[in-house]
Design a protein around this ligand. Structure first.
Ligand code: GLC
Length: 728
């Protein structure tokens, strides 16, 4: 016995947001009806239609003639209705597919062909997402949604053929047999010719489909069936008897029947809308392909990072290496016995944080840190170094005054999140600015001297710099107080960077013969500046780089840092607009989307309408279904960022494991930055990728605020060590 099961290739991508205008051609034996359908998210669909008679000679003529005729009808309708725009076309067939070749005459994606039963079924789905089986009673046939992996595809059971091979002939009455032999195609569609007479046979057929669906997904708690067809609607005896048979045969699975209210043109318009979006998404996915990182590529990135780390550490190669692997002069983790009162100053991209921290001491002396945030006028980032440091000193003075700290000399930990070549804990020359800073007269200068000079000029300011600290280092130190195996610091904020405890003897360029460990500031943002990532760098990255203040520099950072992700998304959106997929009014403009916007867009806290208004505030005016595309783009960009970051961390943990000749390493990473803390997907994506890339390491991430405690601990440890020295 053969029943044809056809997959209609309509994977259920209905978002219930389908909108727009469509032309639907319903082709019958000698009539063509063209519908103009307007779908709207909030209102009922609108339809108007025009009929065209198909002349006898065309009905009996060649396929080409029929297609030409359909084309002529379309052209005349467009003219009459003044339709200048190319509207997507849906074609409902009552014939096998290859009878007309209209599709070949239109650009790919513009025309979608839909079987009439599927069209009717989809119209049921228009406002009734629960419908999973649809039955057309008069022409016969049933469609249902079949699961295939994560997708659900509409399958059409061609049950009309069920009796053709004689298998149900014992059920055929003389009358049936007569009907079959009198028909124009006697041996075809025998089941339909029987079952229209028998609601019970329809019921049995449907029950078999329900049974199949239950087998596929036993956890189902019920099934909604949409039913269409004159016989069902007009003959109450038929519908009653049919429903009873289904219920009796469906063994307790609750079945709800839903009479269809929309015509097949609505279903066809829907399928056309979905299809249009699917082709669009496919093209978008193609455009996004270069952003996709396979596990193999990520392993390659990890291996290259490892190689660059070695080059940065080795004496012979350090000079020309791009990963600077800078010694920090921090040789131990906090012991927990540190005490003291400190000022911590942390310079950020837009703000500056000043914190007064008291650590250790008697419990009654403990108090929570006092913290102030000062804005950093953006012109100072690109002005002169003197102006920048003078502003910093003014803020310190304000802090001292406001919090009444002018009495004793205060020790200052300067968290300076830029690459510095340190010669001691409190001495270091800025190698180069990153993250959009470009203040003149600072590069290659000792930044501690620059700050102290500015401090001296504010006579009342009573502070001295005791430690110059990178933000990765202060993050690692803060992490140590939460997790004793914290030996890595990771920043995923405006920029990105990592530090870790390296065996001092491996830091060959500086301290070959020393023992113990020292924290190394990797400055991994510069990974790729020698071209070693050129094969994964996309055109979008290239554009972001070229328009930055430091072209060619910080290539890894520019694929991960929050300062750049919005810019990459923006470039991709421009690419889509140029290909007519999206937002045709988009023009290049800097900083359209900031990290905080990306977090909102990609997360699931906001409805699509709310996300659309976020985008509008950023200057992007898009339709509701385009919001989904923007979300897809954001996801691709942030996923790549998280995966690349994981490849970096994997290289570090693997190096530490090998340094210690361990089969398995358990380690914690102190991590700080809004990408980890606020982004809806970054954290999970990074952690899961890391598990795959470094299977021999168990890595715990400890979220630790870099502002304050970590930097204060470094200063405290230094003072305690100095005091111990002088008392020896
Ligand atoms: C940039 C800086 C680096 C810092 C990182 C995170 O990459 O060069 O020193 O740690 O940003 O803020």
């Amino acid at each position: 016995m053969v029943i044809w099961l056809r997959k209609s290739c309509i994977t259920l991508m209905l978002s219930f947001l389908e909108c727009g205008e469509y032309l639907v051609l319903a082709l019958e034996q000698n009539k063509l009806q063209i519908f103009m359908v307007k779908l709207d998210v909030c209102n009922e669909p609108q339809t108007e239609s025009e009929d065209f008679n198909i002349p006898e000679e065309i009905v009996n003529g060649t396929n080409k003639k029929l297609s030409d005729y359909l084309d002529t009808c379309l052209v005349s309708l467009k003219k009459k209705r003044n339709l200048n725009q190319e509207l997507p076309i849906g074609l409902i067939y009552l014939f096998p597919r290859d009878e007309v070749d209209l599709e070949q005459r239109y650009p790919a994606g513009l025309i979608t062909t839909v079987n009439d039963a599927v069209a009717k079924m989809m119209s049921c789905r228009y406002r009734e997402p629960a419908c999973e089986v649809d039955l057309i009673v008069d022409t016969g046939g049933v469609c249902y949604m079949e699961r295939e992996g994560n997708c659900r595809t509409c399958g059409k059971v061609e049950w009309g053929t069920l009796v053709n091979d004689g298998v149900l002939s014992h059920l055929q009455t003389e009358y049936n047999k007569q009907l079959v032999s009198d028909a124009p195609t006697p041996s075809k569609q025998c089941f339909n010719k029987m079952s229209t007479l028998s609601p019970q046979l329809h019921g049995a057929g449907l029950a078999a489909v329900i049974d199949w669906m239950l087998n596929e997904c036993p956890a189902r708690t019920g099934i909604t069936v949409g039913v269409n067809g004159q016989l069902y609607k007009t003959d109450p005896n038929f519908s009653q008897c049919f429903q009873k048979t289904v219920v009796d045969l469906s063994l307790g699975c609750p079945v709800t029947f839903q009479a269809l209210s929309y015509g097949p043109e609505i279903g066809t318009a829907l399928v056309t809308a979905v299809e249009k979006r699917r082709t669009k998404i496919e093209k978008i996915e193609n455009l996004l392909k270069p952003l996709q990182m396979s596990e193999k590529i990520l392993q390659e990135v990890q291996a290259r990072m490892r190689q660059e780390m070695e080059r940065g550490l080795e004496k012979e190669t350090h000079q020309c290496a791009f990963l600077k692997m800078l010694p920090t002069y921090i040789c131990s983790k906090p012991t927990g016995n540190e005490t003291g009162e400190f000022i911590v100053l942390e310079l950020g991209g837009k703000n500056m944080h000043i914190v007064h921290v008291r650590i250790g001491g008697r419990p009654e002396e403990e108090r929570s840190p006092i913290k102030e945030t000062y804005t950093l006028p953006q012109n100072l980032m690109k002005g002169t170094g003197e102006e920048l440091f003078d502003h910093i000193a003014s803020c310190l003075l304000d802090f001292q005054k406001v919090h009444n700290l002018g009495g004793n000399k205060m020790y200052l930990s300067f968290v300076f999140p830029f690459p510095c070549k340190q010669t001691a804990l409190n001495q270091g020359c800025l190698i180069k600015w990153t993250k959009g800073f470009a203040a003149s007269g600072c590069e290659e200068k000792n930044v501690v001297e620059l700050l102290e000079r500015a401090i001296k000029q504010k006579r009342e300011l009573n502070m001295t710099v005791i430690a110059l600290v990178n933000d990765t280092t202060s993050t690692m130190m803060a992490g140590c107080s939460k997790h004793n195996s914290c030996e890595i610091g990771l920043i995923v904020g405006t920029g990105t960077n990592a530090c870790y405890m390296e065996e001092t003897k491996n830091i060959q360029m500086e301290m070959e013969n020393m023992s113990g460990q020292m924290c190394v500031n990797m400055e991994w943002g510069a990974f790729g500046d020698n071209g070693c990532l050129d094969d994964i760098i996309t055109d979008f990255d290239q554009e972001v780089d070229v328009s930055s203040v430091n072209p060619g520099k910080q290539r890894f950072e520019k694929m991960i840092g929050g300062m750049y992700l919005g810019q990459i998304v923006h470039r991709v959106l421009i690419g889509l607009a140029h290909n007519d997929f999206l937002l045709s009014n988009l023009e290049p403009r800097e900083n359209l989307l900031e990290l905080k916007h990306l977090c909102l867009i990609e997360g699931d806290k906001l409805s699509l309408v709310e996300v659309r208004s976020v985008l509008l505030k950023c200057g992007l005016n898009c339709a509701l279904d385009e919001v989904k595309m923007v979300k897809i783009v954001c996801r691709a960009v942030s996923t790549r960022a998280a995966q690349l970051c994981a490849a970096g961390v994997a290289a570090v943990v693997e190096k530490i494991r090998e340094n210690r000749a361990l089969d398995h390493l358990k380690i914690a990473v102190g991590v700080n930055g809004p990408l980890y803390e606020d982004h809806p997907n970054f954290k999970d994506e990074m952690e899961s990728t890391l598990k795959k890339l470094a299977p021999c390491c168990t890595v715990t991430f400890v979220q630790s605020d870099s502002k304050g405690k970590g930097a204060a601990l470094i200063s405290a440890a230094t003072i305690n060590a100095q005091t111990n020295q002088s008392t020896k």
